[in-house]
Write a protein that binds this ligand. Sequence first.
Ligand SMILES: [Fe+2]
Length: 395
Amino acid sequence: MFQFMTATRIIFGEGALSHSLSMLNQFGYSALVVTGKDEQRAAPLLGYLKQQGMRYQQLSVHGEPLIAMVEEMAAAGRVFKPDMVIAVGGGSVMDVGKALSALIPNQGSVYDYVEVVGRALPLTAKPLPCIAVPTTAGTGSEVTRNAVLISAQENVKAALRSTDLIPDMAIIDPTLTYGTDKELSARCGMDAFTHLMEAYVCGDPNPLTDMVCEEGLRRLAPAIIHACEEDDPKARADMAFASMLGGMAQSNAKLGAAHGLAAALGGMLDAPHGAITAQLAPYVMAENILAACEAGRITLLNRYRQLAVILTGRQNAEPSDGIVWVQRTLKRLSLPSLCHYGLCEAVFDDVAVQALRSSSIKGNAMPLNHERLVNIMRRMCKQEPIHEHSHSLSD
Ligand SMILES: [Fe+2]
């Protein structure tokens, strides 16, 4: 048995934002609009709200989605009393929008509802209708049930999590990602890859997430470099689609050690989430493949082989060819190593301890102990080429 949840309505394609503006009236007549620092991308929406004579208030998210900032925004939102929340931006902006849609109609503070640093109470009132409009291709937050916020005091990420947080409408217009610079496109794109890859090999997949992951990886593999280097419409559309599928996959299957380690590293390093998961991905794949070989987990190794076939387009690909594909892609995208963000060996033990407590690690393809997690970080820091050490499936 399995279940699959996603946004109630998905509108996807070039011009999707302009096309769906007239559908907003079904949610009411006033909107809280959350944008990122590039407010221009919300211009067609704001123009429409103005033209329709709808009440709206605009709030901007600059930088990290800090809990203190969300608390202030929720207070402003409770005074404004919107009928809906519309978030136009990257993952952080959509997460803040989703959090506000839940907090405004509920009493109390963010800390009452947030996990890890808060009380994780269930929401009593239903969230306001939420419309998510991504302007980057990476998190897939437009179709997920989480809103990841950051507690500046404890220096940790903490999520609001509820099936009621899944947006009512996801408007995915790939043209909104045009003009995004190469580094941001690359780290968002590699995060989408990591969602699809980890959900595909995780311990709790289902037939629908398998289908979603395979199609997402099939679209992403030939598109990621083109989409990052130029505004190629097909490549940008494929990345927006793959990102959405990555959101569906992570929300309905599980993730793995790359996200478990990234949750711990994210609180310690001043590095974007996608920059961390991108660098971890090939080393987590290598450790999982090694552990699967040692444990004789043929079914899992066959999944890694299928992953490699999709990524490389070669029917005779071995599991380790998938890792080679990731390493080559990272090289082409010139993403900086985590040493660039100050990662050093002294924190490996702490990171491994924290990662073992994360929810993502519980879904990892193979159970990985402390030593193996430290090994992943050590090899990643040395930028070891992995394929020479990887096992093939022929044994
Ligand atoms: Fe991620």
